[in-house]
Write a protein that binds this ligand. Sequence first.
Ligand SMILES: [Zn+2]
Ligand SMILES: [Zn+2]
Length: 102
Amino acid sequence: MHAQATYTIKKWRRHNCKRNHRTHTTLAKCMFRRAWYVNEGEFGSPAKPLKYAVVFRCIKRHENYTPPRVTLWASPETARLKASTYCGGGCYNNHEIIELEK
Ligand SMILES: [Zn+2]
Ligand SMILES: [Zn+2]
């Protein structure tokens, strides 16, 4: 276990798309087209949208490129907690948190 890293939460407002995404999940799937997966980490609701995307960008050992993996969370606290976890073989904490604005 490594020390709790401090993550600056970036905000993403726009992406090159004119569609009106109904949920943050469909928005995230559109924003992270190259992602290996975009998963909901918990149950969202209109009152508790999953707007915090934790993006794991570590490249796995013996691979030149590993697509980003994305999970979605409702609160910045949960997102920070998830971002500070080990993401698999070759993890060097190349993780970030992005707040998605619809
Ligand atoms: Zn879109
Ligand atoms: Zn990692």
